[in-house]
Design a protein around this ligand. Structure first.
Ligand SMILES: *Cc1c(COP(=O)(O)O)cnc(C)c1O
Length: 469
């Protein structure tokens, strides 16, 4: 499979190049040149696969010929070995033909592990083949940082620097990053906001000399490998509920449009998905778009579901590319308008096409807490605030009740204990592997929100690690 950029100007690349590149050179995102398809028989043949085998089979057409299914299977078998549930992504009935797809059984208890555990190993394999090293630099407001660190710790050819805004991530989230005591992991607490952290990352990626010297690479959700690894649990849940002979609807709590875009990919490759329901919190740019056809950036409000406190949904550009019949110039002009004016619009006929598959709805913090309480009272399940938005969206946009509805549970409740306790009066406990998290020793460097300080810190650290000269 070759990959093209959503902005139409970058040259086509193979899977392994796309994994390392992250963003395309024209500023666009990579998408496959065509959508591979799975026949009904091919889907049926996957129904009994274990998770790692299914993952390799689903990813194989996207990775060929750069990487074989056997090579992918080595990676997925190793990646999912550390998960704490035998089904990896268990499906639980929560009433009325509605199911919860639990995606918090990885090492950092959020769905991001499902893709990042694969991506870390993909990096390692591709770098070994090329005898290269990279330095990953990322900013986090919470879950991405810990999932990326767990995925890259102890990998020979990777150094990873993660910036978090000092004092602005939860204790659990910070400790999941700062207690990882391995030599290639470098946490930085920035005296500033998440936006300051992102600004620093952008500035260093814009410094070509530095970027080339340290081999800077990104791990954020625009990386295509993350999208494709997430397709697997949509395929798996649909098969468990009767696909290809029966349709399924999914409800997905979304911020960056990454997770739900993987559902769209599953639909495109032939999984019978009736509808994709998007759940937003108060930061509802996507919900407003699906109502009006206008994508308009607003201010970011803090909510109980901080991993969705986002006003720019980067992965939406990939859907836009299809809505404009893969016309890179049309996407480019809209993304330029968005950058310059904070908004763009999509014509009514194209919006209607998007609405054939997508529905979006928003919930405030009170509704989120009500959902946590209601689900706890009716079926004993304890939801985190992000998962609660998925379940609330599933109920509000139920549609045809004979179609199974799957709500994605994207984080373990113990990651957000304060919100859960406020809703149900019970404080969720961390799973055994993380139970001593609050007693582990932390290690991080505090820096001002200043690009020279960060560049110096990284240079000194990498020189000491003898990874640069
Ligand atoms: C990152 C995250 C989300 C949002 O995922 P997107 O891919 O950005 O839509 C939702 N819930 C949790 C718990 C997350 O960590």
């Amino acid at each position: 499979m070759k990959y093209v950029s959503t902005r139409g100007k970058a040259s086509e690349l193979a899977f392994d190049d796309v994994v390392l590149a992250g963003l395309a050179r024209d500023g666009g995102l990579f998408v496959p040149r065509t959508w591979p398809t799975l026949s009904e028989n091919a889907l049926r043949a996957m129904a009994d696969d274990d998770y790692a085998t299914l993952a390799a089979r689903v990813m194989a057409p996207f990775a060929a010929p750069a990487m074989s299914e056997a090579a992918l299977h080595e990676i997925t078998a190793d990646a999912y070995r550390t998960f704490d549930h035998p089904d990896i992504a268990p499906l639980k009935p929560i009433g009325d033909n509605i199911f919860l797809l639990e995606l918090f059984h990885g090492p950092t208890l959020a769905f991001k592990d499902y893709a990042l555990q694969v991506l870390g190993r993909l990096f390692e394999r591709i770098l070994a083949e090329r005898n290269q090293r990279i330095t990953i630099l990322g900013a986090t407001s919470g879950d991405t940082g810990s999932a990326a660190i767990e995925a890259c710790r102890d990998r020979d050819r990777i150094e990873i620097f993660i910036l978090h805004p000092k004092g602005r991530v939860s204790d659990v989230q910070r400790r999941q990053m700062t207690t990882v005591q391995t030599a290639n992991v470098h946490n930085v607490a920035v005296e500033g906001t998440f936006d300051d952290c992102q600004g620093l990352v952008k500035a260093l990626f814009g410094d070509n000399t530095f970027r080339d010297r340290v081999g800077l690479a990104a791990i954020n959700s625009i990386n295509w490998a993350r999208i494709v690894a997430q397709v697997v649990y949509y395929v798996r849940a649909a098969l468990a509920l009767g696909a290809p002979d029966r349709e399924v609807t999914f409800a997905v709590p979304t911020g960056n449009f990454g997770n739900v875009f993987s559902g769209y990919v599953a639909h495109n490759i032939g999984v019978p998905i009736r509808r994709l329901v998007i759940g937003s919190n108060r930061n509802d740019i996507l919900t407003r778009f699906f109502i009006s056809g206008a994508m308009e950036v607003g201010t970011v409000f803090p909510t109980l579901s901080p991993s969705m406190d986002i006003q720019v949904s980067s992965n939406f550009e990939r859907l836009l590319f299809d809505l404009y019949d893969r016309d890179g110039a049309a996407v480019r002009s809209r993304m330029d308008a968005f950058r310059d004016t904070g908004s763009f619009e999509v014509e009514a006929d194209r919006l209607d096409r998007a609405r054939d598959l997508f529905t979006a709805t928003r919930f405030d913090d009170d509704e989120t807490k009500d959902t946590i309480r209601r689900v706890y009272e009716t079926c004993g399940e304890v939801l985190d605030p992000h998962s609660a938005i998925g379940v609330a969206a599933a109920h509000r946009c139920r549609g045809n009740e004979s179609v199974p509805m799957v709500a994605l549970a994207t984080a373990h409740p113990a990651k957000f204990p304060d919100a859960v306790e406020a809703a149900i009066g019970v404080r969720p406990v961390l799973p055994p592997a993380l139970r001593d998290l609050m007693d582990r020793e932390e290690r991080y460097t505090v820096l001002p929100a200043d690009v020279d300080s960060l560049r110096d810190h990284m240079s000194r650290t990498l020189t000491a690690r003898e990874t640069i000269v």
